[in-house]
Write a protein that binds this ligand. Sequence first.
Ligand SMILES: [Zn+2]
Length: 342
Amino acid sequence: MKAFFAEEQKRHDPKAFLSSGAPQPNPEQPERAERLLAGARATGLTIERPRDHGLGPVAAVHTPEYLAFLEHIFARWQRIEGASAEVIPNIHPLARDGAYPASAVGQAGYHMADTACPISAETWQSALWSAWSAVEAAEAVISGAPAAYALCRPPGHHAFADVAGGFCFINNSAVAAQVLRKQAARVAILDVDLHHGNGTQGIFYARPDVLTVSLHADPVRFYPFFWGHADERGEGPGLGYNFNLPLPRKSADAAFLEALGVAFQRIRAFAPDALVVALGLDAFEGDPFGGLSVTTPGFSRIGEAIGKLGLPTVIVQEGGYLCDALGDNLTAFLTGFGGKQR
Ligand SMILES: [Zn+2]
């Protein structure tokens, strides 16, 4: 299996984060990349640097307004007297179909769902290279590789077409799926991150060509709260092409694997030509977010079960936060999936 990562992805180093209103260190640290690299290498994978793929594959799933915002907002923010060191929103529109604000503060509120995704001088380049890792992995699969792993950091699945959120700026899983669509008539995205993949759901919500399936902690009492419920089924031509499987808090391996079996039924019925796995490792029992209780051997079984689908697969890194087993959990998943052999 090929694996992709660029050093530029470590430059984004967010400081600000609010947890239940209290300032805390931002958990989406560059150190995550080091741990995940070690985990991939322990599987026997060689890490390759992606090429510069330009804006095209990113603009295929994000609006031009939003991409211009991501590229330029930090410089504009610095010109505001007394502004914070990082771009952080403090007001949001109740409806998004009104006038587009001209000011940096207004646009920050328009394009950022929450305070967990502060933008600094390095964010744009890091997010672009993260997306290019996903593009490179998808291109490898199009070229005939049975599977490829993109070590995407910053992560992506909370990013909508024109909104950042939850540590995410560019939706790497959506970018990969859209690249796969060049060859695959139908693509399924299976999101196993602890948190609902609300951005991915939003991007494909009205489309029947990309099935979005997400297993996650029940959002009735967990981030992202406003998305991820079982009654969100898609809309218009996409009705029936979105499938959410919310799990009770602290669900462990058996419950997760049972839900995965239900997800597989839906995926098989969709008969996709290719699969994107949005691989969060934060469903781990020792993850700082503490939402679910999947074990390290559990990740191996999850990887094995997904591998047995036998689909051309792009594995895109999503969440999974600093804890001793972060690298081991990636090794477990990739080894279970088929690791170096695939
Ligand atoms: Zn997550």
